[in-house]
Design a protein around this ligand. Structure first.
Ligand code: BGC
Length: 765
């Protein structure tokens, strides 16, 4: 493999360290110059032009290009989203610069969530890498490609904490752990903005969905969120704050309500918390259609009232706006919205454009006329090597009995399953400007890896589901799922025939990408029956059975884990997915991914997350007892815990010690443990450190991740691994929402997942 040249290619995409440390936007002299510039500009603007700046518009059936052109020329549009090629963006910017009275440039935004043209693994997969550098690399490449397409902003990172795998959007976020997601939030903002969102190669981040969208009741999309202030501050808000602290230029407001008040009409959220307490200075953007949804939420009488509520609550820009321009002038005239409220929002938008460098050069990311690529989808514009390097790190080995994996490249392999040869599925949802025909399926990856040394016998084996109503649902907006009309048994027979001729069976099963998306909540998180029938038939052949899972959420895999000899979780691994999975299946890369969300045994256990509070009657594995917090009709605890993932080698952890039995305020102690590679392959382990505050003024979680180190060891090698603990790691919100560490006893747990750990303890004075 040519990984050496990958490294040199990557160096051009590194995060500029001089900038990564500090908040890039609006500081010092820059902020003063900006204020003067924007104030002067606003003096020349009419009320209508100011309102125009607050409208974020997308081309679509209701909004043809001609209508947009008209709106741009009249100064009625502030920014555009969903336009993603340089020629299209240039044409619109030309209209603003040539036809509008004040020549205020537009900005261009898009959902670049896990890649732009080169699609990286979905965010949940990225989190599974437990590798912040790899995650940063995916963000840098995405920003570079988005900027090369002329974009100025991405609606990302999505940092909603997710503890309910029924919610399809868990695929877009980084999982259940507040500490880990907060780290990634900063990494992603730094990667996108790279110190200065105006520079070619950078885009402004707009963190979403503010706030608490991941906690929708029952995992049903758009549903209500009702949450105690303590849980909110402790568990759900920190990742957004981490993104804001890292300088995210934008914040997208969530669609849900929070304790009865929709986020879009929530001045506590958007003014008090975000602006006054967190000091956010950028723009807030409503989510798609969220303003008119205030009527259905039951807090606005009509569209006019909804507009009044949104703007006075602190929503600057209206996404897919239908009503800001229609109603704001009248609301101002009638004294229901003050002009200063419009000025405040308009100033935020103009400041943002200033920070994007658009007043200096409206074509900053576009480059000169004539520089546009001849072929937007040219292969040369992709970053395949980077995508493969990152994707390999995101794969999680869940089971590997009898050394079924890695596979021999000389074997005859039956490759079956509805996702085995699906270019659309491997990209995952929100695949931005990625082109399905450029993505590598498992079939292609495996065939390439073995060349003419082995035979791959492919059969589809099953449809993702036989339920036509679900297929229709998945195909409503794009022809995403190809439905095979042959009788299911015929497809299974074909797969069994292939299996009978093979040494090993690889079945690619799970969910098609549209099942793990916005508006894709599931009441049942098992693999659909059509695929289970296939798995059962393959199992009956007696051939070693490898399940390669493609899914965007934790699935309930109790039955599958009994059928399979090996299981590899691959999420949706992106443009280079098939190659990356082949690297792992054949042992060219030893898997090291870890689960960023708990995998429950059944849907009935949800919510199930590792960092829960204790109860007064905790369930204990050793001595379960009747009157304990448990289900009597199911084994308790997860099928696979947070932080879990195997390797082709084995590791042992021993001799956990602390450098001191007590930690001084502002001091540091170090946990040390010996990690040994006890197997036959070189490989990487993720040593995880969890803390527990044993007694505090409020109940604290049974354990919380506070540090980890990914350590590469050669077969037989051992190393002492050190993980520091400081007072900051012990801090939490008390009942009065004060942040601090309380004295007393703390447990330190170190393990290779969140469940199997060694313990020590110390005190804080
Ligand atoms: C989603 C957002 C997304 C927006 C624009 C909405 O439906 O909730 O996450 O950024 O659409 O595409």
């Amino acid at each position: 493999m040519k990984w050496l040249c990958v490294v040199s290619m990557l160096s051009g995409l590194a995060i500029s360290p001089a900038f990564a440390q500090e908040t890039p936007i609006a500081q010092g002299i820059h902020a003063q110059q900006r204020d003067v510039f924007v104030s002067n500009l606003m003096k020349q603007m009419t009320l209508e032009e100011k309102i125009g700046q607050l409208r974020l518009i997308s081309v679509g059936p209701d909004n043809p290009k001609e209508a947009i052109r008209d709106g741009i020329s009249k100064g009625q549009i502030g920014a555009i989203f969903n336009t993603v090629t340089r020629p299209d963006i240039r044409a619109m910017q030309d209209q603003a610069m040539q036809l509008s009275r004040l020549k205020i440039p537009l900005f261009f935004a898009y959902d670049v969530v896990h890649g732009q043209r080169t699609v990286f693994p979905i965010s949940l997969g990225l989190a599974a890498s437990f590798d912040l550098e790899a995650i940063a690399l995916s963000g840098r490449v995405a920003a570079q490609e988005a900027s090369d397409d002329g974009l100025n902003m991405t609606f990302a990172p999505m940092v909603d904490i997710t503890r309910d795998p029924r919610w399809g959007r868990v695929s877009e976020g980084f999982g259940e752990d507040t500490w880990l997601v907060s780290k990634i939030a900063k990494v992603m903002v730094d990667a996108y903005q790279n110190g200065d969102p105006s520079k070619p190669g950078s885009v402004m981040a707009s963190v979403k969905h503010f706030a608490l969208y991941g906690a929708t009741e029952g995992g049903r999309d758009y549903n209500t969120v009702d949450m105690s202030p303590l849980r909110m501050h402790q568990d759900y808000l920190p990742p957004y704050k981490a993104a804001v602290d890292a300088g995210s230029g934008g914040v997208m407001v969530s669609l849900n309500s929070i304790n009865g008040i929709p986020a879009t009409a929530n001045p506590w959220l958007l003014k008090e918390l975000l602006r006054d307490q967190w000091g956010f200075k950028g723009i807030t953007i409503s989510d798609h259609g969220a303003i008119k949804e205030l009527i259905k939420h039951g807090v606005a009488e009509d569209a006019r009232d909804a507009v009044r509520l949104a703007i006075t609550s602190g929503v600057d820009m209206s996404m897919s706006d239908e009503y800001y321009d229609k109603y704001l002038p009248g609301l101002v005239k009638d004294g229901l919205v003050s002009e200063s409220e419009i000025d405040r929002a308009c100033r935020d938008v103009l400041n943002t454009k200033y920070d994007m460098g658009l007043f200096k050069d409206p074509y900053t990311h576009l480059g000169p006329v004539g520089s546009d690529p001849q072929d937007t989808n040219a292969e040369s514009r992709l970053h395949r090597a980077e995508a493969r390097v990152v994707a390999r790190k995101t794969l999680v080995l869940l089971k590997n009995d009898k050394h079924t994996l890695p596979l021999s490249k000389q074997a005859t392999i039956a490759l079956v399953g509805p996702m085995a040869d699906s270019q659309r599925d491997v990209m995952g949802s929100w695949s931005a400007a990625g082109v399905a025909k450029q993505s590598v399926t498992l079939r292609e990856g495996l065939e390439r890896a073995v060349g003419d040394k082995a035979q791959i016998l492919y059969a589809k084996g099953a449809n993702v589901t036989q339920d036509k109503s679900i297929i229709d649902y998945l195909n409503e907006y794009e022809p995403a799922v190809a439905f095979d009309t042959r009788p299911p048994q015929q497809m299974i027979d074909e797969a069994v025939q292939a299996a009978n001729k093979a040494d090993v069976v690889v079945a690619v099963v799970g969910e098609s990408q549209g099942m793990a998306h916005e508006a894709s909540s599931r009441a049942d998180i098992t693999i659909p029956q059509s695929q289970r029938d296939l798995i059962a038939a393959l199992k009956a052949t007696g051939k070693p059975l490898v399940l390669v899972l493609m899914n965007g959420r934790p699935l309930a895999l109790s039955w599958e884990s009994q059928q399979a000899d090996a299981m590899l979780e691959t999420w949706y691994s992106g443009t280079e997915g098939g190659n990356a999975v082949a690297d792992v299946l054949f042992g060219d890369y030893n898997p090291s991914g870890k689960l960023p969300m708990t995998f429950p045994r059944s849907v009935g256990q949800i919510p199930l997350y590792y960092n829960h509070l204790n109860t007064g009657r905790p369930f204990g594995k050793e001595n379960p007892g009747k009157y304990t917090s448990r289900y009597f009709d199911s084994p308790n605890g997860p099928l696979y815990p947070f932080g879990y993932g195997l390797s082709y080698t084995t590791f042992s952890l021993s001799g956990l010690t602390l450098s001191s039995p007590s930690l001084a305020r502002n001091g540091k102690i170090t946990a040390s443990v010996t990690l040994k590679n006890t197997g036959k392959y070189d490989g990487a382990a993720v040593v995880q450190l969890y803390l527990q505050d044993v007694t505090a003024s409020v109940s604290r979680p049974v354990k919380e991740l506070r540090n980890f180190k990914k350590v590469m060891l050669k077969a037989g090698q051992s190393q002492r691994v050190e993980l520091p603990v400081t007072e900051d790691d012990l801090k939490f919100y008390n009942a009065s929402l004060k942040w601090g560490a309380e004295p007393g006893k703390f447990n330190v747990f170190v393990g290779l997942d969140s469940d199997n750990v060694q313990a020590q303890s110390f005190t804080l004075k």
